[in-house]
Design a protein around this ligand. Structure first.
Ligand code: ADP
Ligand code: ZN
Ligand code: ZN
Length: 731
């Protein structure tokens, strides 16, 4: 019999008999099949051949057809997906089919290995680069094609920013480019891109250490301040991996925000590269996935879901900015791509490198315990100085629209030197609270336990937790008076205030609102690099991966939110954000200065962070975690439930708790149920039950039988519930 993974909410695979049609072949594991399911048919994938089944013989159905002539996924990839499904307790059918490109999920054939390529014609080669001054996209395509005498594939082109297709069409119309077909197998050749830099001693040590471990599994943490040359270490290792005829996979937090790394990889390594992220069309994703699978792509770069792309000859895994929360998927299949990368590297028997200026406490602890090997880059490359960090005590200080006199003075000096300022604000919109000065009424979301944020540009109130939006009332709906006041700071308000204070400065904002339109972020980044922008105001989007060489002053307007967050990871996240934002400053010739405004200058973790740095902060925070028996010193699984009625969610979780207590041994504690920190969201009441254990074994042994019981509970059918293994957010 065949065990088949079929997309369904059920946490199991389904057994089928092979087809008895004449000439039918027995499909191997990893091949897609069409099976009868319910009243219709579905595309599934064979995951195993089995001798026993719990399905009574007469109810066993036969496969309808086999879709593949060879396995789409090899045994190793299948084993990896099965591991992920088991560990995170997500249905195997969803995991196996859900991680395939849409066309394959729908049963379309795997595209043939031949492909279209593009190259410059004689006249294209003769074009002078000045001709592209007004056509940056064409310039990028031209630059790329110039470096690819053998032609560039769709994969190569798709790694460019923006609309390469219309640029290429325009160039073809002028006779500068031509398309041709190749039939390719593995076209991995020795990289011959731009010359690499001479590594520093620390870089060389990191490169040699990881390279020496190339034939087996080993986890490394590359801990280096921003600008210390981590990316150079990745590049050198990737080059060597390719030279061994193996593939490298690089995971990055958000590809939309970090086109730089893709560009650097492409400039340095003149090899086919597959880029996988959510901004691709279905066709582009299929191409990239296929190229990873058949080995045509020497390097696979992508966001979290790329960890599931099959590789023909895996040789190295890299997770850049490994501390970043976006490696955890927060809904549906709740997996951690960072943790899965480690598992995958172990299965493949190759090294994995986790890089960050602010490693997660989990990784720091793994280094401390010797499970991972730590590698350090302690200095900035090219001798750039590490910025000087100061805490500004806000208590009793003159303070206007979020900016203290000291910060304002520093800004004046910086702008006078023609250098740039970066201000970090943790909220978008104009102000987080709109309140009536007459009666105290506040604009709250009717569906969430949250204030609506005042957006001044559009004169709207918006809830940042659900899609709710409404016009700003003219008068207070409660008392009828007109004295409505905006309290607190958002990015828009800071920009407005600065515009009055610095009328000659050009000020730009970077947050989710301002970058919604395609190309908007790139335009601001270009403005920063060209020096047109003097002051940049933004949210945590600014903390990710950008280089701002002429920024010499960074102001953090309010560090206090992170110090007292509801989540036990709040302090860690705040520290990472502060260090990352700070790391954007002073990468050029000028040293940077970072000013952190706070009403709590004596907060112990903030003090350690500022005085002794992230490393010591990490040690102090780990001690606190250990005393509180929190991860990484314990394991957690969070059962969440939500329902339109408050009691239903709690009732289900109470029953779930009773089940857990009955099934588990005493080493697993059930904490709760309690209402979620934000109890009502989008009209639903939310509650949670936390399972905690010092050891992974007892907790994970409990989860499967527990889930099986939960699925039979009647109270569970009236709520929406989900299990989050190793939750990253407790909200
Ligand atoms: P990180 O990834 O740690 O932020 P990068 O690898 O981006 O650091 O390096 C920061 C800057 O320093 C880049 O412009 C890079 O080209 C340069 N750089 C890195 N290593 C060296 C080196 N060994 N020699 C000269 N320049 C270097
Ligand atoms: Zn009022
Ligand atoms: Zn809401």
């Amino acid at each position: 019999m065949l065990r088949v993974a079929v997309p369904s909410p059920l946490r199991r695979a389904f057994d089928y008999l092979p087809s008895n049609a004449p000439g039918a072949v027995l499909p191997l594991p990893g091949m897609r099949v069409v099976v009868p399911f319910g009243r219709g048919e579905r595309v599934g994938m064979v995951v195993a051949h089995v001798d026993h089944t719990h399905v009574p013989r007469q109810r066993l159905k036969r496969l309808s057809r086999v879709l593949d002539g060879e396995p789409l996924l090899d045994a190793q990839s299948l084993a990896f997906l099965r591991w992920a499904s088991d560990y995170f307790h997500h249905p195997i059918g969803d995991v196996v089919l859900g991680t395939l490109p849409a066309a394959l999920r729908a049963g379309k054939p795997l595209p043939a290995a031949g492909e279209s390529r593009w190259r410059l014609t004689e006249s294209g080669l003769a074009v002078a680069s000045e001709q592209f001054r007004r056509a940056p996209r064409q310039a990028a395509v031209w630059e790329l094609l110039r470096r690819r005498p053998d032609g560039a594939s769709r994969l190569d082109l798709a790694s460019l920013e923006g609309d390469w297709r219309s640029a290429l069409t325009a160039m073809a119309a002028k006779g500068w480019t031509e398309e041709f077909q190749t039939r390719v197998g593995a076209i991995v050749q020795q990289a011959a891109g731009e010359a690499s830099l001479i590594p520093s001693d620390e870089q060389l040590h990191a490169i040699e250490t990881v390279y020496a471990a190339r034939d087996g599994f080993q986890s490394f943490v590359l801990d280096g301040v921003t600008g210390s040359g981590k990316t150079e270490v990745y590049l050198a290792l990737i080059e060597r991996t390719i030279a061994l005829g193996r593939q490298a996979m690089v995971l990055i937090p958000e590809i939309g925000l970090t086109p730089q790394i893709v560009e650097r990889l492409r400039d340095r390594l003149s090899v086919p590269m597959a880029v996988l992220h959510s901004g691709l069309s279905d066709g582009e994703r299929l191409q990239a996935w296929t190229a990873a699978r058949d080995g045509r792509a020497a390097v696979v770069v992508g966001t979290r879901s790329a960890v599931f792309a099959p590789l023909a000859r895996p040789g190295l895994f890299v997770v850049d900015e490994e501390h970043d929360a976006s490696f955890k998927q927060q809904e549906g299949f709740r997996y951690s791509a960072r943790d899965l990368t480690i598992v995958r590297a172990r299965q493949c028997g190759v090294p994995v490198l986790l890089g960050s200026a602010t490693p997660s406490l989990e990784s720091l602890n793994n280094v401390a315990s010797g499970r991972y090997q730590g590698l350090r880059l302690s200095r900035r490359a090219q001798g750039a100085l590490v910025p000087q960090v100061e805490v500004l005590d806000l208590r009793g200080q003159p303070f206007e629209e979020g900016i203290s006199q000291k910060l304002a003075n520093a800004m004046v000096r910086c702008l006078a030197e023609d250098e740039q300022v970066l201000l970090f604000v943790n909220r978008r919109g104009y102000a987080p609270i709109l309140i009536c000065h007459g009666c105290g009424w506040q604009a709250d979301c009717s569906r969430c336990d949250a204030h609506m944020v005042y957006h001044r540009a559009s004169e709207r109130l918006r809830c940042h937790h659900c899609a709710a939006e409404r016009a700003v009332p003219e008068v207070c709906p409660e008392c009828g008076e007109g004295d409505l006041r905006a309290l607190g700071l958002g990015t828009q308000r800071v920009v407005d205030a600065l515009a009055e204070r610095f009328p000659d400065a050009r000020i730009e904002r970077v947050d989710r609102d301002s970058t919604r339109r395609k190309g908007a972020l790139q335009r601001v980044l270009d403005g920063i690099h060209s020096g047109d922008i003097n002051i940049l105001v933004g949210t945590q989007m600014l903390a990710k991966g950008h280089h701002f060489p002429n920024v010499t002053l960074v102001g953090i307007l309010d560090a206090d939110g992170g110090l007292f967050g509801a989540d036990f990871r709040a302090a860690e996240r705040m520290a990472q954000l502060l260090v990352q934002v700070a790391g954007r400053a002073g990468r050029g010739q000028h040293p940077g200065r970072v000013l952190i405004q706070t009403h709590h200058p004596d907060h112990p973790l903030l003090r350690v962070l500022v005085r002794e740095g992230y490393r010591h902060f990490g040690e102090a925070a780990l001690t606190e975690r250990q005393q509180a028996a929190l991860p990484p010193f314990s394991c957690l699984a969070l059962l969440r439930a939500e329902a339109p009625q408050r009691d239903r969610a709690m009732e289900f979780l109470e029953e779930a708790r009773a089940c857990a207590v009955r099934l588990g041994d005493r080493s697993v504690q059930a904490l709760g149920p309690v209402p979620a920190p934000m109890e009502r969201r989008a009209g639903r009441f939310r509650a949670q039950l936390l399972l905690q254990s010092d050891e992974r074994g007892p907790l994970h042994g409990l989860l499967m039988p527990w889930l099986e019981e939960l699925e039979t509970l009647k109270s569970g059918r009236r709520v929406r519930w989900s299990l989050d293994v190793d939750p990253q957010e407790m909200l």
